[in-house]
Design a protein around this ligand. Structure first.
Ligand code: 5MM
Length: 341
């Protein structure tokens, strides 16, 4: 492992306001997104949609540091035959790859999940490196509900995250470590804080036991937010203060960057929260975005599967990417959204 090079990539992924486009929806997940815009989930449509984003020069050059791809996309070619990976590289962004193979029920733990995909990972990683991937992503999913999460779910998922991270680094690929505590439940922000704290502590313990070099990873956590069904809402400032407090308590300063997931927040909420955290300032790591839905909902709606709408979709993508770029520097203002509307 060349740690200096891994560290350079991890910094490039999270520095100077740039952030990551999570375009790694599996075929089942992109179907849900396409259903919402009445677009058929074909290989060509998936290619056309992703190609339009990777050809959005302003967003890709100025605001996006890297793109997380799904396995299908990393091997796919644009309509004119150019590999999609090349489009990303030509724009100056770094290609990355989701390497987990989704989740399965965790035995003896009703309602809980374990992320799959470790078995063949040592054989798959060199092929992804050769295809251009310089970072990877693995997502663990922790749900909050009656009697859950269990320690079994937290510890087995943290163990798998660390196994994946160690394998990535051995193959000169920066691992994005994503322990996601879902915001689907009725819990309030303080319960989210407690569970996320437990999950992060366990994850960093496992990373330590498995000798993962923290200088060569990027952490992709959830923010401290109430569940969608909670009756206790939290202000932007409360989310920002609680998330920063939690991260300071759990994430060593050796980690170069933290890139949040949006997790089902609205576009503007995800931007406002990131901005408020960066306005607090004096943080030991770069704090940026690695959004899927909060970057793509607007361009998907504008595109709606029609070639005639590509320009409108690209404009929507530029806007969202720029708002999050400003937020990653603590320079976003709500009225920038109104002006654009
Ligand atoms: C883009 O969505 C990703 C893929 O999810 P599936 O494996 O379930 O298809 C997802 O992992 C994503 O990278 C993160 O959860 C962040 O996305 P959001 O939408 O939460 O910002």
């Amino acid at each position: 492992m060349n740690l200096a090079d891994l560290n350079k990539v991890a910094i490039a992924m999270t520095a100077n306001g740039k952030g990551i486009l999570a375009a790694d929806e599996s075929t089942g997940t992109i179907k849900k997104r396409f259903d919402a815009i009445a677009t058929e989930n074909t290989e060509d449509n998936r290619r056309d949609y992703r190609e339009l984003m990777f050809r959005t020069a302003e967003a890709m050059k100025s605001y996006i540091s890297g793109v997380i791809l799904y396995d299908e996309t990393i091997w796919q070619k644009a309509k004119d035959g150019t590999p999609l990976v090349k489009l990303i590289e030509q724009a100056g962004a770094i290609p990355g790859i989701k390497v987990d193979e989704g989740t399965k029920p965790l035995p003896n733990c009703p309602g809980e999940l374990i992320t799959m995909g470790l078995d063949k990972l040592p054989d798959r990683l060199p092929k992804y490196y050769e295809a251009g991937a310089r970072f990877a992503k693995w997502r663990a999913v922790i749900d909050i509900g009656a009697g859950i999460p269990s320690y079994a779910a937290i510890s087995t998922n943290a163990h798998a995250l660390a196994r994946y991270a160690a394998l990535c680094q051995a193959n000169q690929i920066v691992p994005i470590v994503e322990p996601e505590v879902l915001m689907d439940g009725e819990h309030d922000a303080d319960q989210c804080y407690m569970v996320t704290e437990f999950m992060l502590k366990e994850t960093f313990q496992q990373l330590y036991y498995q000798k993962v070099a923290l200088e060569g990873i990027v952490l992709k956590p959830n923010m401290v937010v109430p569940g969608k069904k909670s009756s206790k809402k939290a202000s932007v400032q409360e989310v920002a203060e609680k998330t920063v407090k939690l991260l300071k308590a759990c994430v060593p300063g050796a980690v170069p960057g933290i890139a949040f997931l949006s997790g089902g927040q609205s576009d503007e909420e995800a931007t406002a929260h990131l901005d408020a955290m960066n306005k607090i300032g004096n943080l030991p790591w770069n704090l940026t975005f690695s959004y899927g839905r909060a970057l793509q909902a607007a361009p998907q709606k504008a595109w709606s599967g029609k070639a005639a709408n590509v320009g409108a979709a690209q404009a929507a993508f530029i806007h969202r990417a720029k708002m999050n770029y400003l937020a990653a520097k603590g320079e976003w203002k709500a009225d920038l959204e109104k002006k654009a509307a």
